[in-house]
Write a protein that binds this ligand. Structure first.
Ligand code: 8X3
Length: 257
């Protein structure tokens, strides 16, 4: 496996869910972390935890990824010892609501497009520039099974995740002939704050998403991200699509447990 000790891993959406679990798993193998999220208090707690438990260095960047000027300023603003990012994990993303297309809330739409697509494109440009110059790196984009199976009430969310897979695959074409690897991770039902965010604090609606099955966990997906990143350098994982057992698509779930 590829050793990532002292390599620099930048993770967006690092304060919770898959991002947080991924930060911990990279810290366990000795990587240096750049933790990006909105909530600074959570980032500080995580930074302390990683530094104390795993004796790794962590740098935090508290920004709202919807602010594209701040995303553009992120890499130039990194301290010198964190500037040369080896692994970029574009994890931040969200779904808001389950409205049918003719009732889409335009603010929710903008938030999903900005966070899931635009910020990912801008940050990838910024980080990939250095990776291509150094002829070394790995870009890992978190998509969803919603990229592959589309459903009522998911017009924009499914659209953003299909964008992430298409962007990832086209990026691999752009960077072919370099030592920069490009991977998409497309999880099914993962129990995180994802559904609490989607249903805007309606915890009953959020819980019902995972009822009657054993959902995937944030650690299950972190494990896939670390797997892709630690393959030998001649191995490029294209995409990992995973479902909960008892799940065959976003909408085909056998709730029998
Ligand atoms: C995964 C959530 O509901 O689209 O991103 O399958 S869902």
């Amino acid at each position: 496996a590829l050793a990532l000790k002292d390599k620099i891993v930048l993770i967006t959406g690092a304060s919770s869910g898959i991002g947080r679990a991924t930060a911990k798993q990279f810290a366990e193998i000795g990587a240096k972390l750049i933790l990006v999220a909105r909530r600074d208090d959570r980032l500080q707690t995580l930074k302390k935890e990683l530094e104390e438990e795993h004796k790794v260095q962590a740098h935090t960047v508290a920004i709202d990824l919807q602010d594209l000027d701040k995303v553009q300023a992120l890499v130039p603003g990194l301290p010198d010892n964190f500037k040369e990012v080896d692994v970029l994990v574009n994890n931040a993303g969200l779904a808001l609501g389950k409205a049918p297309v003719h009732q889409n809330d335009i603010v929710d739409v903008a938030t999903m497009l900005d966070t899931n697509c635009k910020s990912l494109v801008v940050l990838t440009q910024q980080v990939a520039e250095g990776m291509v110059t150094r002829n070394w790196g790995h870009i890992i984009n978190v998509s969803s099974i919603a990229a592959h199976d589309h459903y009522a009430g998911g017009s924009v969310y499914c659209g953003t995740k299909a964008f992430v897979v298409a962007f990832t695959n086209a990026t691999r074409h752009d960077l072919v002939g370099t030592n920069v690897r490009v991977t998409a991770i497309s999880p099914g039902a993962v129990q995180t704050e994802f559904s609490n965010v989607r249903f805007k604090g309606n915890d009953q609606a959020a819980d019902s998403v995972y009822a009657g099955i054993v959902p995937l966990t944030a650690d299950d997906i972190a494990d896939q991200i670390v797997y892709a990143a630690t393959r030998p350098s001649h191995v490029q994982v294209g995409e990992i699509v995973s479902y909960a057992t008892y799940q065959a698509s976003p909408t085909n779930i056998a709730r029998v447990l």
